[in-house]
Design a protein around this ligand. Structure first.
Ligand SMILES: [Zn+2]
Length: 284
């Protein structure tokens, strides 16, 4: 009977953006010196540098919602710049789809997210409603393709019983795709992982910032190839929200909470990411 190989005394897990990529077992039989340099190489080279794409909505002639002196395009730009500042202190790479008061088309925003090779896409908007009682934050996800609530392609802001309608079963996606070719199956899996991660990100945000998670086929959500969420940071049509969003101190606090949520989400979902220690507070 052949002798069993000695158990590995070290297991190295290699992670890609989408999870565990490879388990490398290193045992005593291998040259220790080689292993040492290999591990050193892994430690210095596999730490991911994550890129967060922040997308302040509107800009230029497109002012978005405007109530009194409050303008959505200006508020979300100031907010986005602050979130960027906080995230950069966390060793995250942050790219803005616009960094000044200029018009950037939705198509261009999606193209930029690809060009920047973003790992996460966070779009920032402020809401408005004819119902003056509407207030607070909302987190939007792209609708599940199989959700009946979004069957109409003309639906622009349909809102469903959100998180419950998101099917997060990867097995299910594979089962439904048996007749499709391999590339379509892979695309389905990728979309499914994207949906799961988008939902996780929204839930992490919801922990710090109470608000409802909803679904809507916003262009920047349906077209981006990475986990994405659109945050409506408040209703400019509501007097209290309007006043808060016009206040710099409130906006900075909101930006800090958004940054902290993104930081927590990335730490939990990208274990190989090169982030600051969990207990390091975000400097203000
Ligand atoms: Zn908007």
């Amino acid at each position: 009977m052949a002798a069993r190989p000695p158990p590995p005394n070290l297991v190295v897990n290699l992670f890609s953006h989408y999870g565990l990529l490879k388990k490398i077992k290193i045992n005593e039989n291998k040259k220790m010196r080689l292993s040492f340099f290999f591990i050193l190489f892994l430690m210095t080279n596999t730490a991911l540098c994550l890129t967060v794409v922040l997308d302040p909505g509107h800009g230029g002639f497109d002012r978005g919602a405007a109530y009194g002196s409050a303008q959505e395009s200006k508020i979300v730009l100031m907010l986005g710049q602050k979130v960027k500042e906080y995230l950069e202190q966390e060793k995250l790479k942050v790219m803005l789809t616009r960094s000044k008061d200029e018009f950037v088309s939705l198509k261009k925003r999606v193209q930029l997210s690809k060009k920047y090779e973003g790992d996460l896409f966070v779009s920032l908007h402020a809401n408005a409603s004819s119902d003056q009682r509407a207030y607070g934050l909302e987190f939007f996800l792209t609708p599940n393709k199989r959700s009946a609530s979004f069957a109409s392609p003309n639906s622009t802001k349909a809102v469903a019983n959100t998180s419950a309608n998101i099917d997060t079963s990867t097995d299910d996606a594979i089962e439904l795709s048996k007749t499709k070719d391999v590339s379509k199956i892979l695309k389905d899996i990728k979309l499914n992982i994207q949906s799961k991660k988008s939902l996780k990100l929204s839930r992490t945000l919801q922990n710090d910032l109470p608000g409802n998670i909803k679904q809507a086929p916003f262009y920047v959500l349906t077209q981006t190839q990475m986990p994405s969420v659109l945050i409506e940071v408040g209703f400019l049509s509501h007097p209290k929200d309007n006043k808060k969003l016009m206040n710099e101190e409130y906006r900075n606090d909101l930006a800090l909470k958004i940054a902290d949520s993104i930081k927590r989400y990335t730490r939990a979902n990208y274990p190989a990411a090169n982030l600051l220690d969990e207990n390091t507070p975000t400097p203000r």
